[in-house]
Design a protein around this ligand. Structure first.
Ligand SMILES: [Zn+2]
Length: 306
């Protein structure tokens, strides 16, 4: 794989980057690309895809040199201020990535999460809450509550709960409703906090595509603009899900999308119509999107049993 290809695939979030790093004896040449992925949020649509931190961590971990990656991520994280939604998702990216490093014992990563936690808690205590706009301070703080509770379990959860009780007394503008995702951890404890893969649905491609669907496929093939392709890709997925017998190469083209959610849909459909090879499924086990990883693992398991 060339460095240029690696850089393209890491932005897409494909599992082949993991396979390349874990098997190549020349992984140093990719180090800069992995560091860039640590410092930039490559999610196509973070709000629906969630964070890709687990994926990025799995790549960085191949170097056995966590400190090299943690230090620049910590400084980016500490500098980050949130003015808009994009900033917020960058924050989430750093926060979850540091969480992954802290989970494997990085003290620097854990310290950064705790410092940011303290800093935001102090700010919230004296903040004039504005109800007409998104409160990014409170949202960032809640993400940290969740990360720290996930790291240290029930004791950390209880400590944060005490901090919140104190916050409600200091600043009565805040209530438990502002942090409901944190409190929901209690109910989620047994099921895990990540997204669960949905069951494989059988799709039968049983009807001839309509003229519009055929036209759409032609346009899709000819379009280079990423955002246009993304919209068309979603329509194509939709046509497949409604039984249109379109050429399966279209699903493969959606697979090479920057959007992890769309790739997940494409993978499910490829599996449903017998087009997902074992090799491709093995790549999906290391994909950037959690549902895709889960789905591929289950699929390979079920194929083994047959
Ligand atoms: Zn998408």
């Amino acid at each position: 794989m060339t460095v240029k290809e690696f850089d393209k695939y890491i932005r897409m979030g494909l599992g082949r980057c993991f396979t390349e790093l874990s098997t190549s004896d020349r992984k140093e040449k990719y180090r800069a690309a992995v560091l860039r992925a640590c410092l930039h949020n490559y999610s196509y649509d973070a709000q629906s895809e969630g964070s890709r931190a687990e994926y990025i961590y799995s790549l960085a971990a191949q170097y056995g040199d966590d400190g090299y990656f943690v230090a620049p991520v910590v400084s980016a994280f500490m500098r980050k201020s949130c003015r808009d939604g994009w900033d917020f998702w960058d924050f989430v990216h750093y926060c979850r990535l540091l969480f992954e490093f802290a989970k494997r014992g990085s003290v620097a990563a854990k310290t950064a999460l705790c410092e940011k936690y303290d800093h935001l808690l102090e700010r919230l205590a004296v903040k004039r809450k504005r109800y007409w706009r998104v409160d990014t301070d409170a949202e960032q703080y809640e993400r940290l509550c969740i990360a720290l509770a996930e790291l240290d379990g029930r004791a950390a959860f209880d400590k944060i709960k005490t901090d919140l009780d104190k916050l409600y007394r200091l600043n009565t503008a805040y209530t438990v409703d502002d942090f409901d995702a944190f409190y929901a951890l209690l109910n989620d404890e047994s099921s895990g906090w990540g997204g669960k893969a949905r069951a494989e649905e059988a799709v039968v491609l049983s009807r001839r595509p309509t003229a519009e669907e055929l036209e759409l496929s032609e346009k899709f093939k000819a379009t280079a603009d990423e955002d246009e392709r993304h919209c068309m890709g979603m329509d194509i997925i939709n046509a497949f899900e409604h039984g249109a017998d379109l050429p399966c190469e279209l699903l493969d083209a959606v697979y090479y999308s920057r959007c992890g959610c769309c790739r997940f849909d494409a993978v499910k459909l490829m599996a449903a119509c017998g087009q997902l090879t074992d090799e491709r499924a093995r790549e999906c086990v290391y994909d950037s999107y959690g549902d895709t990883r889960e789905f591929a693992k289950n699929l390979l398991e079920s194929r083994k049993d047959k």
